[in-house]
Write a protein that binds this ligand. Structure first.
Ligand code: COA
Length: 308
């Protein structure tokens, strides 16, 4: 089977950076509480920006860096649980803004914080059908719109942002995917009317259990070991979740990328934001093997192994 290659990445965050101290002016919390429990130092909240603004900017940057033209994009898949409208989709509005072809397959999908991983595999399937060489995969969220600012244990954790990738098939590169779902609206739920609710402790337990399962499945399928993997980019929810996993897997912590201190939990945007920062910072070199793992509401989880 052909693998999936990330040709280029892009990202975008809203203008308004909200530090823990700034948030403490309106929410009964403190920088000390948030940073020691989560590692988060700040997040961005949209003021006037819409989801489509973030998604389009991230996608435009990825497209510019790819060196290919908008006409060559055969599909645009946006992972989000916070679209601007029930319809038109964010993806259709990105199609218009970027001038993607009218016959491109454009749609949104919702797998919450696992969304970008699911979307990469969906794009892989679309490209495998033939017909087009490239797809745009975007994770974009305006979570500030659905937060309950009276619930201090949840609202301090999230932020807004978008990340995007231009992807194509690749002949001889490693590609593995794993995913799962376990319907549960008790421990993590966001009604369509807003008011994201979460049982933090239960979600924590779920996350530290499922990430190693995903990584082990990918390693098993590929017959590789964690030593063969250059970097792991987990969904950026909480630094303590990632350090628990590092300890549990007896892995070197440098292998696990962390940038949640700047963004908080941006759900489907967190993994592409991480990949874009890693790529822009020169960490990712051709041929490196990386694993990305998402987990979140649904409950959903998903892992992907790619060669850069
Ligand atoms: N600021 C200050 N105090 C806060 C607070 C805040 N933002 N939120 C809660 N508290 C208080 C609580 O009221 C409680 O006080 P009490 O002991 O006097 O009753 C105390 O802090 C402990 O609260 P608790 O919820 O038990 O804390 P915790 O140690 O379980 O940490 C989380 C809470 C949310 C940080 C932690 O459970 C977590 O990270 N869960 C995973 C969440 C996640 O990543 N979700 C997204 C997955 S996609």
């Amino acid at each position: 089977m052909k693998g999936l290659k990330i040709v280029s990445t892009g990202s975008c965050h809203p203008q308004n950076a909200v530090s823990n101290d700034k948030l403490s002016q309106t929410v009964d919390t403190s920088d000390e509480w948030i940073s020691t429990r989560t590692g988060i130092r700040q997040r961005y909240f949209c003021e006037s920006e819409k989801n489509v603004d973030l998604a389009s900017n991230a996608a435009k940057q990825a497209l510019e860096r790819s060196g290919i033209s908008a006409d060559e994009i055969g599909a645009c898949v946006v992972a989000t649980f916070t679209p601007d409208n029930a319809t038109p989709s964010v993806a259709c509005m990105v199609q218009k803004r970027l001038g993607l072809p009218n016959d491109a397959l454009c749609f949104d999908m919702n797998a919450a914080c696992s969304g970008f991983i699911y979307a990469l595999n969906v794009a892989h399937g679309i490209l495998m059908q033939g017909g087009s060489k490239y797809a745009l995969v975007i994770g974009s969220e305006v979570i500030s719109r659905v937060l309950d600012f009276n619930d201090r244990s949840t609202c301090v954790l999230f932020g807004d942002g978008a990340g995007a990738a231009v992807v194509t098939l690749s002949e001889n590169s490693v590609y593995e995917f794993t995913c799962g779902a376990n319907g549960d609206d008790a421990i993590l739920c966001c009604p369509t009317s807003g008011g994201l609710q979460m049982d933090g402790r239960e979600v924590f337990k779920f996350a530290v259990g499922i990430i190693p399962v995903c990584i082990d499945k990918l390693l098993d399928k590929s017959q590789l070991t964690l030593e063969d993997i250059d970097y792991v980019a987990c969904h950026q929810a909480n630094e303590r979740i990632i350090s628990h996993v590092v300890k549990k897997m007896k892995a070197p912590s440098e292998k696990f990328f962390v940038n949640l201190q700047k963004y908080g939990n941006t759900s489907a945007a967190s993994i592409p934001l991480a990949l874009d920062e890693m790529a822009s910072g020169g960490m990712l070199k051709e041929g490196m093997k990386i694993i990305c793992v998402g987990f979140g509401a649904g409950l959903t989880w998903g892992g992907i192994m790619l060669e850069w």
